[in-house]
Design a protein around this ligand. Sequence first.
Ligand SMILES: Cc1cc2nc3c(=O)[nH]c(=O)nc-3n(C[C@H](O)[C@H](O)[C@H](O)COP(=O)(O)OP(=O)(O)OC[C@H]3O[C@@H](n4cnc5c(N)ncnc54)[C@H](O)[C@@H]3O)c2cc1C
Length: 463
Amino acid sequence: MSINLCWFRSDLRTHDNLALNAALAEGPVVALYIATPEQWQRHDDAPIKLDFWRRNLLTLEKSLKEISVPLVLCQVADYAAIPGLFEEIVRKWEVSSVYFNAEYPLHEARRDDDISLFCKAHDVNVKVSHDQCLLQPGSILNNSGLPFKVFTPYSRKCRSMLYVSETVESVCVSAPLAKPLATLDKQCRLDQIDWPEANSSWEILWPAGEKYAQDLLAKFCKNVVTDYKKQRDFPALDGTSTLSPWLNAGVLSIRDCWRKASTWHQGEGVETWKNELLWREFYRHIIFHFPHISQNKPFKTNQQHVPWRHDEKEFTRWCEGKTGIPIIDAAMRQLLETGWMHNRLRMVTAMFLSKHLLIDWRWGEKFFMQHLVDGDFSANNGGWQWSASTGTDSVPYFRVFNPVTQSKRFDGDGDFIRRFVPELNDLDKKSIHEPGLFKPDEYPLPLIDLKFGRERALNAFRV
Ligand SMILES: Cc1cc2nc3c(=O)[nH]c(=O)nc-3n(C[C@H](O)[C@H](O)[C@H](O)COP(=O)(O)OP(=O)(O)OC[C@H]3O[C@@H](n4cnc5c(N)ncnc54)[C@H](O)[C@@H]3O)c2cc1C
């Protein structure tokens, strides 16, 4: 009996999944998921994110069952151990083809290249689909045939090409397996995988499953997207989709988002939202073309001279939301409590760390990954390098956001600050943004004089 193996990674859904659809078209399908706890640790994957993935695997298993696809779970230490597992698979099972959706960060791309080579050497077909993006990274080039380094022309080119994108909506039922599969040495049940410890509140904050994600998308398209342009920068409002965790785990397809937003509405709200989806694509395109950024390096190699500080004490106060700058503390506490942070505040906190404190942006990038439920290497690295002015198309180094001004502008009534920094609850809407109004035993004194921090950053960046 010859089987088609569909290897799931960050595409935990049955709906509109290119690799799965391709496999189902060919005959009996077996789904495979490989847990790699040591790799998760090396990649700083947050416990909240891994718990979200675990719960989505549970719902995926059920959806796959409905289309007669068994899900086989295995655990190995890291990517280096995956070829060994495939050796056992091709020895024990009669595999005709392996299907998977490409992933673009350097380690994932190398892992996939290794498996493709292995399969070819063992007479097994490999079919790679490009499912994570609307347009395949590598396929969007400027008139000189080079990758774009600036977002606006990139997005214009994408939009001019997008009408040709194919969408695959349907999922058919797999042909049944003729006989049971031999068990693999590293095969395990979901509860036998070495997941980090989970908190019971995470399940309520971030429910699993394709149905939940589809409903959230529909609600956003129906009720929120028209006002997205006006509301998306105000963290106290529910002005953005909060779909990032489901998108990054692949519980929701990017094509679905694009299609549904376009079907429900037209206008500047939806166009602004689609632009954000293209930012997601842009950063994937960047990591595809410029692998040096996957090696802890700045995109702009001429920014290597910045004397980044490595002050553990100041960094810890930033991590804990105890800087004494109310909007920074509220944002960092939102991250610690919920595993998510509003986009405006990701920019404000990242810029505060990398500019006012001049602390190495890679420390912040790592800390975000260790706590975000939607942690995604390309978007996180892109966001950090944008804020630290080391990235492609990043903010110019002399445009340093003042966190107090940002706070007054985007949280005018202080509602967001009050939600996460209850010690400031009684302050009126004017004072709540200001650092230094409290005794140190009530709320920390500001970690830094903002004017001093800004000047120090400007001097450090100037060549
Ligand atoms: C320092 C920093 C770190 C970040 N880290 C991550 C991360 O680890 N994972 C992540 O998904 N996003 C990251 N972002 C981008 C952005 O903040 C989040 O995607 C967004 O806040 C998610 O909320 P949402 O789903 O409500 O977004 P919406 O505003 O509803 O946007 C829809 C989708 O578009 C994509 N998107 C939106 N803005 C961006 C952006 N600036 N860059 C890339 N994609 C975008 C996301 O997939 C998002 O879900 C980071 C941004 C910064 C500045």
